[in-house]
Design a binder for this molecule. Structure first.
Ligand code: FMN
Length: 254
């Protein structure tokens, strides 16, 4: 009889029995979710998502990320209402600057109008989002352009883990215009960068393949703009050229 393998090498029961999505499928189907069912996120599920987030890589494995979870406590409610106000203000500005009240933005059957309707509801009901997470980065040096690389992978891990467990969410920048008040309220020290506001919950709609540009526009080989003939999208891939006219990033296609 061979010796028993050490405990760490033995097959274990799956500790995440609810994880039913394959890794690649999860990656290519994790959409931005902005419409949530009025259901809380169970603490075990939330802990699993944050565990996945905390496993993200960071420079020198310093793990400078921290996650401030906002649920139902009095300070959390106050913070969520501050961010909700900021979201409404920013969306109102965006409606004007990106022409959501003109052209295809007013025709109810266009993607632009659907995004506008989803966004309007998202910001109007932001205070009801089941869980809001502020992923933060504890700085250990002067701000550096690569700092985000040590916190945003954790954000994506969080969203992927949410997807794996039947939840969903979206990374936003809604907190930015109320950052001073938010810092005071939540006692976030100087030297801590609030990297995002992530909304999480049980999706009202469904996840599904995200649409992006074709791989041939994104992958070069041997030199800038040199095609990589082997870099092909899987059959049936659907594309979008969507993107905002300005450079600040959202929303592209809902
Ligand atoms: C850096 C960054 C900032 C974003 N900011 C916002 C935001 O402020 N509000 C929002 O609703 N979505 C925001 N998003 C979500 C994007 O709009 C979304 O990821 C993009 O449109 C792709 O959506 P899809 O994955 O469903 O195709 C942001 C995403 C990123 C990566």
């Amino acid at each position: 009889m061979p010796d028993e393998p050490p405990a760490g090498d033995r097959p274990r029961d799956n500790p995440w029995p609810d994880d039913v999505v394959g890794l690649l499928e999860g990656i290519v189907t994790t959409r931005a979710i902005r419409r949530f069912r009025p259901e809380p996120i169970g603490e075990n599920a939330l802990a699993t998502m944050l565990f996945a987030a905390s496993r993200a890589p960071s420079g020198s494995n310093r793990q400078p990320f921290r996650f401030l979870v906002l649920r139902d406590g009095p300070r959390a409610r106050a913070a969520r209402s501050l961010i909700g106000r900021a979201a409404r203000e920013q969306w109102a500005n965006k409606v004007v600057s990106d022409g959501y009240e003109r052209g295809s933005g007013v025709d109810v059957d266009t993607p632009k109008a659907r995004i506008a309707a989803t966004m309007a509801r998202f910001v109007e009901t932001f205070e009801d989002v089941p869980v809001v997470v502020l992923p933060c980065l504890v700085r250990y040096r002067e701000p550096n352009p690569s700092d985000g690389a040590s916190v945003y992978p954790a954000c994506q891990n969080l969203l992927l883990a949410a997807r794996a467990l039947g939840y969903g969410g979206v990374l936003t920048g809604w907190h930015r215009v109320v950052e001073p008040e938010l810092r005071r309220l939540l006692e976030i020290p100087d030297g801590v960068f609030i990297a995002a506001t992530i909304a999480l919950g049980r999706p009202e709609g469904r996840h599904g393949p995200v649409r992006r540009r074709p791989l041939r526009e994104m992958v070069f080989e041997d030199g800038w703009d040199e095609p990589a003939a082997w870099a092909l999208d899987p059959p049936g891939t659907r594309y979008t050229a969507a993107g905002p006219p300005t450079a600040d990033g959202w929303p592209s296609n809902g």
